[in-house]
Design a protein around this ligand. Structure first.
Ligand code: BEZ
Length: 261
């Protein structure tokens, strides 16, 4: 992400991200269609991760810049697409000299913990009439997973008193009014469930947990981590494992807005 699972202790693993989590960009065709990038447009891919969607936007003929907080992801994006422009920077506070016709973001905004500051930076980065097109986790996203992680920690004798949840999953109403406060007029918004199958069969859930949910286990030693993963798998198997694959309980918020003229 993409301005995402940057954890102070674990950092990002672009190799694991690209090898096992391709669904992040492969499932983005519809939100890309909403963006409908045009030849010659200047577009920012906010939380570009390893650059795969940045490259699809470029393939439409747009002049695209990828921005991500993770230096590891940016380095991988540059290796993947050396012909494209990638910048390491914070989605909560970014500034470019030249404005953009559109700002695009997929599966990244929920990692950015100051959504007002993100929306302000987006509005300031757009030309008048410019568009913002994004998909992120909606309220209720990965709810069963989070519950299983909290209960799992308790089951192995660890506390759940602090807030482990590193994500921002807004409702439509909350997010629309946040955008409006920054002068972005919402023209489309949709919330929908999107159960998402993971790669790697049985190992899929723990790959996901290792990649994305470090705040729930990074204080545990390796033995306790293993115990937690086993308990979480047991709790979720009936709900989220079918036909040999884990399915994460994703719930998406898709939004289009335009900067007022
Ligand atoms: C998501 O894309 O919804 C997501 C990814 C990783 C962690 C949490 C949510």
């Amino acid at each position: 992400m993409e301005n995402h699972p940057k954890d102070a202790e674990t950092g990002w693993d672009p190799a694991l991200y690209d090898a096992q989590h391709a669904f992040v960009w492969e499932r983005a065709a519809e939100v890309l269609a909403l963006l409908a990038p045009q030849p010659g447009e200047r577009i920012l891919d906010l939380g570009c991760g390893t650059g795969h969607l940045t490259s699809r936007i470029a393939a439409a003929g747009a002049r695209v810049v990828g921005l991500d907080i993770s230096p590891e992801m940016i380095a991988e994006a540059r290796r993947n697409y050396p012909e494209l422009e990638f910048v390491a920077g914070d989605g909560c506070n970014f500034h470019f000299e030249q404005p953009f016709d559109a700002v695009f973001s997929n599966a990244a905004l929920h990692w950015m913990r100051d959504p007002d500051a993100v929306a302000r930076s987006i509005a300031e980065a757009l030309v008048e009439g410019g568009r913002f097109v994004a998909e992120l986790g909606a309220e209720g996203n990965v709810e069963r997973l989070v519950e299983a992680l909290r209960r799992g920690r308790e089951a192995i004798g660890f506390g759940v008193e602090r807030d482990f949840n590193p994500w921002y999953f807004p409702t439509i109403g909350e997010y629309a009014s946040l955008l409006e406060t920054q002068g972005l007029e919402v023209t489309y918004a949709l919330v929908f469930d999107r159960p998402t199958p993971l790669e790697a069969g049985e190992a899929g859930l723990r790959n996901w947990l290792r990649m994305f949910a470090a705040s729930f286990w990074s204080d545990l030693d390796a033995r306790k981590q293993e115990e937690l993963f086993l308990v979480v798998e047991q709790r979720l198997r009936g709900d989220l494992f079918r036909e040999g694959r884990w399915h994460v309980d994703y719930r998406r918020l898709r939004v289009v807005a335009r900067r007022a003229e």
